[in-house]
Design a protein around this ligand. Structure first.
Ligand code: NAP
Length: 305
């Protein structure tokens, strides 16, 4: 049992939310999931089953609701960007009380959406590095042997950020508290945006991208890195390209998996956000813009099918 048992809400019991909720519940915290009605029913009857390369295989019972009704110490938000507004409708600020809100979405622009709904002193930014998939409601496959979380807040008191980090660590998660929220989010996007855009555009894993689409890869990394640096991240293009050259062949992105399954993708939250930030800072991003345009056109085609 943790020294103090927290109440935790998890909005979106998918790959990320299902894993974190189950790990926190196993550690003794009281977890409630805010979920769509069918998923809530599945969780309430069957709980959450996790198969994890890091945490092993385990099952926890679950309580899921369509709308948060009682205050919690922290509310993790783990939906895709495309569902954010709809999902946050299930978390009325008055029900949350003075609990923290910790979104773990990829991208940067969700932070202003969250801050528009909740008091700024309760909002903490998070970035998660993990590979975890919701294979069915209440069933999660965590395939990476790690789950790393960075947190920082430009608006919440540091003591509260440290407190949530300590609770997550005590449950077995690796958490780093950072000083700069924008740097935290853009650090992650500087690698993720080229990976997501190019693997999705090529409909191929990272090894094909780095071998057969190298000119585009170098160009997009250069463009995204310039935007990330202008936005506060201490990233450089050579280091990011080196990361691409070291990741295992066969690595794919969730944007690519969503596109292959004809599901809505996070193209706008990832590629669109880079282009909007570039526009605000007068940074040229022609190759990124071309990829985003072409991917948006493809998505529009399958969305009408
Ligand atoms: N998965 C990873 O390995 C990973 C790694 C790093 C970052 N991320 C980021 O983490 C975020 C979440 O990704 P994910 O892979 O966990 O997504 P996911 O597996 O698709 O899970 C999203 C969850 O949100 C739920 N949801 C959708 N609309 C909702 C609503 N209106 N109310 C309540 N719940 C709703 C979905 O419910 P249903 O189950 O009912 O459809 C699903 O359980 C994304 O921004 C992603 O880029 C993911």
């Amino acid at each position: 049992m943790p020294e103090s048992r927290w109440s935790v809400a998890v909005v979106g019991p998918g790959g990320v939310g299902g894993l974190l909720g189950a790990v926190l519940a196993r550690a003794g915290h009281q977890v409630v999931y805010v979920a769509k009605p069918d998923t809530a029913a599945a969780l309430n009857s069957g709980g959450i089953h996790v198969r994890s390369a890091q945490f092993g295989e385990f099952h926890v019972p679950a309580v899921a609701v369509p709308r948060l009704a009682a205050p919690v110490d922290v509310c993790l938000v783990a939906v895709k960007a495309t569902s954010l507004e709809a999902a946050l409708a299930g978390v009325p600020a008055e029900a949350l009380g003075d609990g923290l809100v910790l979104p773990l979405l990829n991208g940067v622009e969700h932070m202003s959406v969250v801050r528009a709904r909740f008091p700024a002193q309760q909002v903490v930014a998070g970035a998660i590095r993990v590979e975890s998939t919701r294979v069915a409601p209440g069933r999660v496959e965590h395939t990476s042997p790690f789950c790393w979380i960075d947190v920082a807040s430009g608006t919440a008191p540091r003591v509260r950020v440290d407190e949530v980090a300590a609770q997550l660590r005590q449950a077995g998660l690796e958490v780093t508290v950072r000083d700069d929220e924008a740097a935290l989010l853009w650090d992650k996007l500087a690698f993720l945006a080229p990976l997501a855009l190019l693997t999705t555009h090529a409909a191929a894993p990272v090894d094909v991208v780095r071998d057969e689409r190298r000119a585009d890869l170098v160009a997009v990394i250069g463009e995204v890195t310039a935007v990330a640096r202008a936005s506060g991240a201490a990233v450089d293009a050579t280091t990011i390209l080196g990361m691409f050259d070291r990741v295992p062949a066969g690595m794919r992105s969730s944007m690519q998996r969503d596109a292959q399954a004809n599901r809505p993708t996070e193209l706008d939250a990832i590629g669109g956000a880079v282009l909007r930030a570039a526009g605000r800072r007068d940074i040229d991003t022609p190759v990124t813009a071309r990829l985003v345009d072409e991917l948006a056109a493809r998505e529009a085609t399958w969305a009408t099918l």
